[in-house]
Write a protein that binds this ligand. Structure first.
Ligand code: 7TS
Length: 404
């Protein structure tokens, strides 16, 4: 049974104070908090079996290797990948996207087209612009509407036999919109294009099935799913991962090295040069176990309740505008108070112990679309409560009084 008070006991940080007030942590889209179960795994690693992996014959190295590879299998199972070697450990979503973008340097030709959406985080824009500069490929953009949704009929128009790759996020970090990725993937495949889905903001709320989606690449970061920072994953279909060249050269990614020629290791090691974030990978597996023990159905229905309640409470405040009002949303509310800069609101909320993000959220094109400098973003997780939303709504009212 889902019991938020019991769940909160798993998160030591939630009982601390900030600026003399109980912490209300509403910056979950930036990074999630870490439960004791994951902290224990990190402490256990450094206390009991810290060793480099895939190389030592000694017992500690074997133990660390086994745990790291078990984590890969947990991630495979969670995302329903066909093979464990289709899961590449990376340092996070940004690294995963750059790995794929770099690989496509040797595939794209001048005049090929690639499609992005207007709702992206900078990390799913800039690597592709860099790819276009290197190859002469052309970047096309699926536009958005005022509700913060993609205009899908325009996507249909952009697709052609020149399209080689489509990359969109599953969920927008700035607005919380859930994009129709099933349709986007199906349509891209009809013209022979590959699809990368940025799952950084979906994976904390939704359990994606990469085989059912038939997606070519799916990427995520552990730190948004109750895991540590500095680790994430790239899922790639085996056929694509075999086709892409390695991203970085170094130890562990080779089969044989001579000064004349080097051959590369099989998947997944071909993409995992150097000593990885071993503890992070193992803790990522533990974070996935933790989230599954709560259950993604429970998580999404409870977070939906938080979203509905917060939307209602915040809209009671005169002069408050919410950006992103799609029916298909995760628990993110981006808003502004009329005539007041979001940064000022965020600063006052912090004084009251409430953590939100303010600014452009690394999604400047969305802010440009709305002609605003940024928003205040409150993003909720399954360990937040309705009472905390009351605290937020009251604090926003106070901020409005103080600032207007
Ligand atoms: N893609 C999306 C959709 C994101 O929300 C983020 C991070 C990234 C990629 C990059 O992930 P990283 O783990 O490699 O940094 N988003 C945010 C955010 O919304 N606030 O802080 C970080």
């Amino acid at each position: 049974m889902f019991n938020v008070e019991n769940i909160r006991k798993d998160f030591p940080i939630l009982s601390r104070k900030v600026n003399g007030k109980p912490l209300v942590y509403f910056d979950n889209a930036a990074t999630s908090q870490t439960p004791q179960q994951v902290i224990d795994v990190i402490v256990d690693y450094y206390s009991n079996y810290n060793a480099n992996i895939h190389r030592g014959v000694h017992s500690l190295s074997q133990e660390a290797t086994d745990k790291y590879e078990q984590a890969r299998h947990k991630i495979q199972k969670h995302f329903n990948a066909k093979f464990a070697h289709e899961i590449i450990f990376t340092s996070g979503t940004t690294h995963s996207i750059n790995l794929v973008a770099n690989g496509f340097s040797s595939i794209l030709k001048k005049g090929d087209e690639i499609i992005v959406s207007a709702l992206e985080h900078h990390s799913n824009i800039v690597p592709w612009q860099m790819l276009c500069e290197r190859t002469g490929a052309i970047l096309k953009v699926i536009p958005m509407n005022l509700d913060g949704e993609l205009i899908i009929s325009d996507y249909d128009q952009l697709l052609s036999n020149k399209t080689k790759l489509v990359f969109v996020n599953h969920v927008s970090n700035a607005l919380g919109t859930v994009n129709p990725i099933e349709y986007i993937i199906k349509k891209a495949h009809q013209v022979g294009a590959a699809v990368l889905i940025d799952g950084a903001q979906s994976c904390p709320h939704i359990k994606p099935d990469v085989q059912a989606l038939d997606v070519d690449f799916y990427v995520a970061s552990a730190h948004k799913m109750c895991g540590p920072t500095g680790v994430g994953m790239l899922y790639g279909k085996e056929s694509w991962l075999k086709k892409l060249p390695p991203y970085q050269g170094g130890g562990e990614m080779i089969a044989e090295v001579t000064f004349e020629k080097t051959t590369y290791a099989d998947l997944p090691h071909k993409f995992e040069a150097g000593t990885p974030n071993i503890c992070g990978g193992i803790a990522f597996g533990a974070a996935i176990d933790y989230m599954n023990s709560i259950g993604f159905d429970n998580i999404s229905s409870y977070e939906h309740e938080l979203l509905e309640y917060a939307t209602k409470k915040l809209l009671e405040i005169e002069g408050l505008k919410i950006y992103g009002i799609s029916k298909h949303k995760t628990s993110v509310i981006s808003f502004n108070l009329e005539g007041i800069h979001p940064y000022d609101v965020g600063t006052i909320l912090d004084k009251m112990g409430i953590a939100v993000r303010t600014g452009h959220h690394c999604a400047q094109p969305i802010m440009d679309f709305y002609k605003i400098p940024g928003t205040v973003r409150a993003s909720f997780s399954f360990y937040n409560t309705l009472e905390e939303i009351d605290v937020l709504a009251n604090a926003v009212k106070k901020a409005q009084l103080m600032l207007s």
